[in-house]
Write a protein that binds this ligand. Structure first.
Ligand code: PLP
Length: 363
């Protein structure tokens, strides 16, 4: 293959491993001797079911998901989870706590308000979401239906390093932008959810990992498709699942296994993020990191330049040099490099060199 791969720092959908794309290309027209594309197979066929079940098994294996958890493949993005969670677990006389660490937490909180009593267990909004609240700042009463947090804040570039112990209160995490980026103790959570389009595969699939005992507490008087139990009882085959996306997700998981699992993934991610954070830290204030040091994300590196003018010039030049997606989120501006699992070290190194070069020319 003689193609130039972009330096892809998109925040989502984002880079996929080249080997996965190549395999998908190879299998696109004749999927494993069926004479059909995976997209043309019945979701009730044995060939598809194998792909489906293998993706679930790979995820259980990679994340060491205990047996008392269900892995579900849903649609509607992580955004639908903002509504499905309170719809299933809130209601008359129930309350929930939300830790506010950015725009996605705010969106989740706003949806939950529609279904029950919600409170902010902690918030770092005052400091422009530059940090993750300290564990001691998190306040809840102990009788909440759940406590919700966003493990990685895609827009602000902050990430939890340690999760709160919530005792009897079920902990739910939106891991959309850092799932599978490092080992995580799944047993601390009653539920984890993530849109696939950053570390897991293409958009269109949402992964939900949920403890079976927690599912038993869910409300039953809600629409069938919006009940977790519907999907749990049917192995996520109640209706037609996004088959191509699930196939791709399974292949991405296979790639993670091949390169050495989550221990190797986190080693790579730390190395990649460091080379860019170093460019910020060694710039004498030319680049200004948004996140406080101990809250820095390994997935989304956010920074500003001294003036808006300089920032504009930086972004224009970055684009000319082939660095894709380094504009900050449209809601806050600035710059952001997303260094998800499939972004190679070489891209991060090239970007850090570009940052140094730009500073030399403009500092
Ligand atoms: N949560 C987080 C942390 C995200 O980064 C995003 C999207 O970027 C979402 C939720 C929304 O995901 P979706 O677009 O799959 O609804």
């Amino acid at each position: 293959l003689d193609i130039k791969r972009a330096y892809n720092f998109n925040a989502g959908p984002s880079a996929l491993p080249l080997s996965v794309l190549e395999k998908a290309q190879q299998e696109l027209i004749d999927f494993r001797g069926t004479g059909m594309s995976i997209m043309e197979l019945s979701h009730r066929s044995a060939a598809y079911e194998e792909v489906h079940n293998q993706a679930i098994a790979h995820l259980k294996d990679l994340m060491s998901i205990p047996d008392n958890y269900e892995v579900l493949f849903l649609q509607g993005g992580a955004s639908l989870q903002f509504s499905m969670i309170p719809m299933n677990f809130l209601g008359e006389g129930k309350k929930a706590g939300y830790v506010m660490t950015g725009s996605w937490s705010e969106k989740a909180f706003a949806e939950a308000k529609l279904f029950g009593e919600v409170s902010q267990a902690a918030s770092s909004k005052e400091g422009k979401y530059r940090r993750i609240p300290r564990l001691a700042e998190i306040q809840f009463q102990g009788d909440e239906a759940y406590l919700h947090l966003t493990s990685n804040n895609t827009i602000y570039g902050t990430q939890w390093k340690e999760f709160p112990a919530t005792g009897n209160v079920p902990l739910i995490a939106d891991m959309s932008s850092d799932i599978l980026s490092k080992p995580v103790d799944v047993s601390k959570f009653s539920m984890i959810y993530a849109g696939a389009q950053k570390n897991l595969g293409p958009s269109g699939v949402t992964v939900v990992i949920v403890r079976k005992e927690f599912l038993e507490k869910a409300n039953s008087n809600i629409p069938t498709m919006l009940k977790y139990s519907t999907h749990a009882k049917n192995n996520s085959l109640y209706n037609t699942p996004p088959t191509f996306g699930i196939y791709m997700l399974g292949e991405v998981l296979g790639w993670v296994q091949e390169i050495g699992g989550l221990e190797e993934v986190v080693r790579r991610n730390e190395e990649k993020a460091k080379v860019i954070y170093d460019a910020i830290d060694n710039s004498n204030g030319f680049y200004i990191g948004h996140a406080e040091n101990d809250s820095r994300s390994l997935m989304n590196i956010t920074f500003n330049l001294k003036s808006e003018e300089l920032e504009k010039a930086f972004l224009v030049q970055a684009k000319q040099e082939g660095f894709i997606g380094v504009n900050g989120h449209r809601s806050i501006g600035g710059c952001r490099a997303s260094t998800y699992n499939a972004v190679p070290y070489e891209s991060c190194k090239a970007f850090s060199e570009f940052m140094e070069q730009f500073q030399k020319q403009n500092g």
